[in-house]
Design a protein around this ligand. Structure first.
Ligand SMILES: Cc1cc2nc3c(=O)[nH]c(=O)nc-3n(C[C@H](O)[C@H](O)[C@H](O)COP(=O)(O)O)c2cc1C
Length: 275
């Protein structure tokens, strides 16, 4: 009898030890808005890797025009202070610990259906992970807006990718999810950039090759720092965008930070611009 009691006591202690040692599994929801399905691809990749629930946010009056029609509708709405209504969400936010929020960058921040969502929801105490797609950049500025409107959420520095670099996205998402502890596994820990120095001719040529055919930027590289990345080098340029005619649908002139990857013999590509 004593032996049986002892066995039960040991088993109970083992169950307790296991349950105390285990972190409660976090419930994760991936929510996103996407007009032309770039952000949808990222959302599906993240949800697939995490086994998370996923839902697309829809505008009641969808943005279903082409690029210029969307720009024009959006500019008019901004002028009129209109934020479009969205369809009610099926997901119950209260059920989740972690919310990934995905969006395309429109005019330097999240697209208006996300503005509406963030007005209607309270993300206090939730872990919030922004992710986005863009022509040239906007992760940092959209994150600053997100912090302003949801000051009590625990917002993690997010992931952003250019629409032109979606091929690189699955590997970058893998690295991002590992770095932030959402999945386990080996990943490359990148070193910090050293202090920038004045650009050389060769570095200017790399900058020009990476940015020259991008119509929204007419910039001149001034300073640079580099660090090693898998199979190549990442350049962090400080550049000056040249003044041009002021237009609401064009980014302003001024100082830019431009990140450029050079991998093997491939043409240099810029990965993001921070304005
Ligand atoms: C109205 C509008 C405004 C945009 N503004 C920006 C911008 O400010 N900066 C940028 O880098 N890209 C901008 N873009 C490009 C989109 O962010 C990019 O194409 C994105 O990948 C689209 O994502 P989606 O396919 O999920 O809708 C804009 C696109 C549209 C339609």
């Amino acid at each position: 009898m004593k032996t049986i009691k002892l066995i039960f006591a040991i088993m109970a202690a083992m169950v307790l030890a296991v349950s105390c040692g285990q972190k409660k599994a976090q419930k994760v929801l991936v929510l996103y808005y996407s007009q032309t399905d770039n952000t949808k691809l990222v959302a599906e990749d993240i949800a697939g890797k995490l086994g998370a629930d996923i839902e697309r946010i829809e505008a009641v009056n969808p943005y279903d025009g082409d690029f210029m029609q969307t720009i024009e509708r959006c500019m008019q709405e901004r002028k009129d202070g209109v934020i479009p209504e969205i369809m009610p969400l099926k997901s119950k936010i209260a059920k989740y610990d972690v919310i990934f929020i995905g969006y395309p960058i429109w005019f330097g921040t999240y697209a208006p259906p996300i503005t509406k969502f963030l007005q209607e929801v309270d993300l206090s105490e939730k872990i919030v992970v922004p992710f986005c797609t863009f022509g040239s950049g906007g992760l940092e500025s959209s994150m600053a807006d997100l912090v302003n409107v949801q000051p009590n959420a625990q917002i993690i520095a997010g992931y952003g990718v250019r629409a032109a670099r979606l091929d690189a996205m699955p590997a970058e998402v893998d690295q991002f999810l590992k770095e932030n502890g959402f999945i386990s596994g080996e990943y490359v820990k990148l070193g910090a950039f050293p202090e920038p120095h004045e650009v050389s001719e060769a570095e200017t040529a790399i900058f020009d090759a990476a940015t020259g055919d991008y119509p929204m930027m007419h910039a001149k590289a001034k300073m640079v720092a580099t660090r090693e990345i898998p199979n190549g080098t990442e350049y962090f340029f400080i550049a000056e965008d040249q003044p041009r005619e002021a237009r609401e649908d064009m980014p302003p002139a001024g100082e830019l930070q431009v990140y450029v990857n050079v991998v093997g013999d491939e043409k240099p590509v810029f990965t993001k611009v921070v304005r």
